[in-house]
Design a protein around this ligand. Structure first.
Ligand SMILES: *[C@@H]1O[C@H](CO)[C@@H](O)[C@H](O)[C@H]1NC(C)=O
Ligand SMILES: *[C@@H]1O[C@H](CO)[C@@H](O)[C@H](O)[C@H]1NC(C)=O
Ligand SMILES: *[C@@H]1O[C@H](CO)[C@@H](O)[C@H](O)[C@H]1NC(C)=O
Length: 214
């Protein structure tokens, strides 16, 4: 009985789904440790990328949205929101280097969040809804490593709570190119080219913990 139970749990946790999540959303619990693991189509290192997602939360404490950890650098790409300074801010890591974007917290609604980065210039852009924050330069010439561990709702190096996300995340996309913010606003994400390496319409994911897909 015990062995069967263990086997079943192992099988269950090994299941990776791959499906079109159009119109659906991951609901993260208010308490407890939970995240979504994603698999990307990218096998080579990355020189340019764009990540977009939509989130909805009433958290007023630090939380992780997106984490892309590689063997060499656990913070190769991280999108994080912090509240420990006077104003809330988005913190983005590229190759372990931190860039802070201060934002006034708006009323409760779905937020579209996009980050683009280009190695050649090091230019990073953060777009929140219909606003771009002032562009910055970080890790010029750097290359994001291959074989990433990708997560929503927690960071790969600390999956024990503390910074866990609570609320909803949907429409997660990543491209291995720098897509102009104008295109990200004027076109549906699913129809942009090149074809995404993380694609909400054909998402390879695994639920870890108490996340519900609705
Ligand atoms: C981008 O991703 C596509 C699809 O996975 C792949 O064919 C292509 O080689 C990648 N390009 C770069 C520059 O990594
Ligand atoms: C990354 O972007 C730069 C500037 O647009 C381009 O010159 C370079 O070829 C791109 N690298 C890859 C691997 O696509
Ligand atoms: C998952 O969520 C349900 C409903 O809120 C709760 O009853 C249950 O204890 C949670 N399980 C874990 C492992 O957190």
């Amino acid at each position: 009985m015990w062995v069967f139970h263990l086997l079943f749990l192992t099988l269950l946790s090994a299941v990776r789904a791959q499906e079109d999540l159009r119109g659906r959303s991951f609901v993260f619990p208010q308490e407890g440790v939970a995240h979504i693991s994603l698999t990307s189509a990218q096998e080579e290192p990355l020189q340019n990328f764009t990540v977009c997602l939509r989130s909805f939360t009433n958290l007023l404490q630090d939380h992780a949205l997106f984490s892309y950890a590689t063997k060499e650098q656990e913070r190769d790409i991280v999108i994080y929101k912090t509240y420990w300074r006077k104003d809330p801010q988005y913190v983005v890591y590229i190759g372990g280097e931190e860039v802070d974007f201060r934002v006034p917290d708006s009323f409760l609604m779905w937020k579209s969040i996009c980050v683009t980065w280009e190695s050649e210039t090091g230019v990073i852009t953060l777009g929140i809804g219909s606003y771009d924050l002032a562009r910055r330069v970080v890790q010029k010439g750097y290359c994001i490593g291959p074989d990433a561990v990708i997560m929503l709702g927690e960071v790969a190096w600390r999956t024990s709570g503390g910074d866990a996300f609570s609320g909803e995340i949907k429409d997660v996309y990543m491209w291995n190119a720098t897509i102009p913010m104008g295109d990200l606003r004027s076109t549906t994400w699913e129809s942009l080219s090149p074809s995404p390496i993380i694609n909400w319409r054909n998402l390879q994911y695994k639920i870890e913990g108490n996340v519900t897909l609705v």
